[in-house]
Design a protein around this ligand. Structure first.
Ligand SMILES: NC(=O)c1ccc[n+]([C@@H]2O[C@H](COP(=O)([O-])OP(=O)(O)OC[C@H]3O[C@@H](n4cnc5c(N)ncnc54)[C@H](OP(=O)(O)O)[C@@H]3O)[C@@H](O)[C@H]2O)c1
Length: 365
């Protein structure tokens, strides 16, 4: 009897340790300090149609910063919340009535929030298999930023070889993805970035425009011998949209996909409610009121809206991106890999605009 008791006492801490897991929780909306590493006492259990995933990598993105600040419409209304727009992990447990995946399989998911965690539960319909030959870090870097870039190029603008594009924020996560995929699509590329990133843009095959010292409208005109570009991609902000529209050639298209600068100013400049209003997707009104009917056009892209409307496109496009990476046609631009526990530092790097490409969070191995 004594022996059995001793054995139980010895096993107890091991059992509770094995069932606990860690995640990053935003305790309230605010700056990066609100991100806290929390130990949860027991693993989440998958319900019908769901699987549990042991997370290997997540990415840190500007959109996570918006979720953390309470400026993103698609996240839970109130904290505490776990940020993290995308993840790669191993299927760890199947809920009832799950078919099509196996325990041990490596999968990718666009979670929107909830990826900064060692274990996540997701609907099986959301998962995309990750092929052999693609690393966990490269794979996660492709989910949010590259799918956004790919769908804007091929689903919205439907670019053809030889066309020209203007990429704003070309050193960022989506910008570098547009640059790499634009090269694969045979496009001529112009891009804006701050002074210190001009050389980096050129290394991506982009004709660099310094938005700090140059007027990007006249510089685009000059670089295209006054023709303008076929498509401009802009997530910078309200004034920028109108100016980007001026860079288009007749029949050209402006693709709007975010409010980067306005979001950053939200804290300092008190424009938070404006940002929330637009991120509440009053985009149609914005587009109709702002742009004259002159043969050019403007469209708004949202990865979640497109996935809701065309889930099959999301699966197809992410699989295409995985294949392009395995074939060496694209190489995800990863600026740094940081441990999950350093998520707050990753967010600060993003807000300081230090990043070129993407930050990946290593969650487990
Ligand atoms: N609609 C969607 O589905 C979707 C999907 C993904 C992302 N987004 C949005 O897209 C935006 C960009 O995301 P991201 O992940 O690429 O961000 P990111 O990696 O932080 O890159 C943005 C970059 O833009 C540059 N920048 C800042 N002000 C600029 C200006 N006035 N002109 C040109 N460049 C400027 C900054 O670098 P420098 O200032 O040093 O050049 C910054 O690094 C965010 O608003 C995000 O929420 C939307």
């Amino acid at each position: 009897m004594k022996r059995i008791l001793l054995l139980l006492i010895l096993l107890l801490p091991v059992t509770s340790w094995a069932a606990s897991y860690q995640q990053i929780v935003a305790t309230k909306f605010g700056d990066a300090d609100v991100l806290t590493l929390v130990t949860q006492p027991s693993l989440p259990e998958p319900s019908a149609g769901e699987v549990r995933i042991r997370v290997l990598t997540a990415s840190a993105s500007f959109t996570d910063v918006m979720v953390r600040k309470g400026m993103y419409g698609g996240a839970p209304a109130e904290p505490p919340l776990v940020p993290g727009y995308d993840l790669v992990g191993i299927v760890d447990k199947l809920g009832p009535r799950v078919t099509g995946v196996e325990i041990g399989q490596r999968v990718a998911a666009l979670t929107v929030w909830g990826a900064y965690t060692e274990y996540a539960v997701r609907p099986v319909t959301e998962l995309v298999p990750v092929p052999e030959g693609l690393g966990d870090e490269a794979a996660v870097a492709l989910i949010l930023s590259y799918t956004t870039a790919y769908q804007m190029l091929h689903r919205v603008a439907q670019v053809t070889p030889g066309q020209s594009i203007l990429i704003h924020g070309a050193s960022g996560a989506v910008g570098t993805a547009l640059a790499q995929l634009g090269r694969v699509a045979g496009l001529t590329m112009l891009g804006t970035a701050s002074t210190r990133k001009q050389g980096y843009l050129r290394s991506l095959g982009v004709q660099a425009i310094d938005y700090k010292t140059e007027d990007f409208v006249s510089r685009t005109r000059q670089l295209t011998e006054d023709r303008g570009v076929d498509v401009a991609f802009d997530a910078i902000g309200l004034d920028n949209f109108k100016r980007s529209y001026e860079t288009l050639k007749p029949g050209g298209e402006l693709v709007i996909y975010g409010l980067y600068t306005a979001t950053l100013q939200g804290e300092a400049g008190g424009t938070g409610s404006l940002v929330r209003e637009f991120l509440g997707f009053k985009w149609q009104q914005l587009l109709w009121n702002w742009f004259p009917s002159d043969g050019k056009s403007a469209a708004f892209y949202s990865i979640t809206d497109m996935r809701d409307e065309h889930p099959d496109w999301f699966h197809e496009d992410l699989s295409t991106l995985f294949d392009l990476a395995v074939a060496g046609e694209i190489t995800p631009q990863i600026w740094q890999v940081m441990p999950l526990s350093e998520a707050a530092a990753a967010h600060r790097h993003i807000e300081d605009r230090a990043v070129k490409g993407k930050i990946v969070l290593r969650v487990s191995r």
